[in-house]
Design a protein around this ligand. Structure first.
Ligand SMILES: [Ca+2]
Ligand SMILES: [Ca+2]
Length: 319
């Protein structure tokens, strides 16, 4: 809201110079056009160019109702144990991982709103890395063509957290992420207990992206030039929870946290040195794609296979 107020006051100031009645943006698209009237190429293009007929709204969120779910697993690593029932209050979570288009838009807006914090951008994303598909061209951050709807990678936890806060969202807790991925009944994957290459992007899954990221929402049941997918969202409608990129979440990592944590809205340990990363990525074999797998990394670090998605405790439609 504070951002809209700021935008509103800028618009009021500019329009008052020309004695024109101010028009406040009603939608994100109108906001974009007001902010970047001559730079429309920075706006979100939700149409995939390289995969025809796959159209998504990357800003969409899905609702996860309040209630218990089964968290953890007894069958794999020690840090996934024990299995227990955990209550999570209602929340919303991004339907897809944050894309290159979205992150480029954030960087443009961030530098305009916080001109004295531009130095922080270097801590948010490793723009010099060859795998990053966002470039700075003439003072404007842009997604490289054909990668607009691929998940952003090489973002640090700080870069993920800054994005979420800028849009009045937050990172999901580890428990929220697992509930959004598995549903309430302890499934190993968002759709069930078996995995194959028609459902998620993993290493050697023979998808059309040559062991790279895939556009978010790709595994939706469509056939793409001979490659058949199955609709592989979770019970709550979130896509790419496993496969594609692993995702930063809010919690600090502690190996034995599950055996000590509370069973109502656990928030993770008070502190730590590594943040939790969830959901298998395109560089991992399918046996490492289970939704219970826990991974961790120092928050200032970045990886080619790590992105993120946001959550909200407030309905995004009534914010
Ligand atoms: Ca793959
Ligand atoms: Ca994922």
């Amino acid at each position: 809201m504070k951002r809209l107020l700021k935008v509103g006051s800028i618009i009021l100031f500019v329009t008052s110079l020309f004695s024109i009645k101010p028009v406040f943006p009603q939608t994100e698209k109108e906001l974009q056009e007001l902010l970047y009237p001559t730079k429309k190429d920075s706006a979100i293009d939700s149409t995939l160019t390289e995969t025809k007929n796959l159209i998504i709204n990357p800003d969409e969120m899905v609702h996860v109702p309040a209630g218990n779910f089964i968290m953890g697993s007894e069958d794999f690593e020690i840090d996934e144990r024990p299995v227990r029932e955990v209550f999570i209050d209602e929340f919303w979570i991004d339907k897809y991982p944050v894309t290159n288009s979205q992150y480029a838009r954030f960087l443009n807006q961030f530098k305009d709103f916080y001109p004295n914090r531009i130095d922080e951008i270097a801590k948010y994303i490793d723009l010099n890395n060859e795998y990053v598909k966002i470039v700075l061209q003439q003072d404007l951050y842009l997604s490289i063509s054909d990668y607009e709807n691929h998940p952003v990678v090489h973002v640090s936890w700080y870069g993920a957290d800054a994005y979420a806060k800028f849009y009045d969202k937050r990172l999901p807790t580890e428990a929220e992420w697992e509930k959004a991925a598995r549903g309430i009944d302890g499934k190993l994957y968002p759709w069930g207990n078996e995995i194959d290459s028609s459902r998620a992007n993993y290493w050697d899954s023979k998808d059309p992206f040559n062991d790279n990221t895939s556009p978010v929402g790709f595994y939706n049941g469509q056939m793409y030039e001979g490659f058949q997918t199955q609709n592989s969202h979770s019970s709550f409608g979130a896509y790419d929870m496993v496969g594609n990129v692993r995702e930063w979440v809010a919690d600090w990592y502690l190996r034995n946290y599950y055996s000590n944590s509370r069973n109502i809205d656990p928030q993770g340990p008070e502190n730590g040195s590594q943040k939790v990363v969830r959901g298998g990525g395109f560089l991992f074999h399918k046996k490492e794609l289970r939704a219970t797998l826990r991974y961790s990394l120092e928050p200032d670090n970045t990886r080619q296979f790590i992105g993120f998605r946001c959550a909200s405790s407030v309905n995004p439609k009534i914010k």
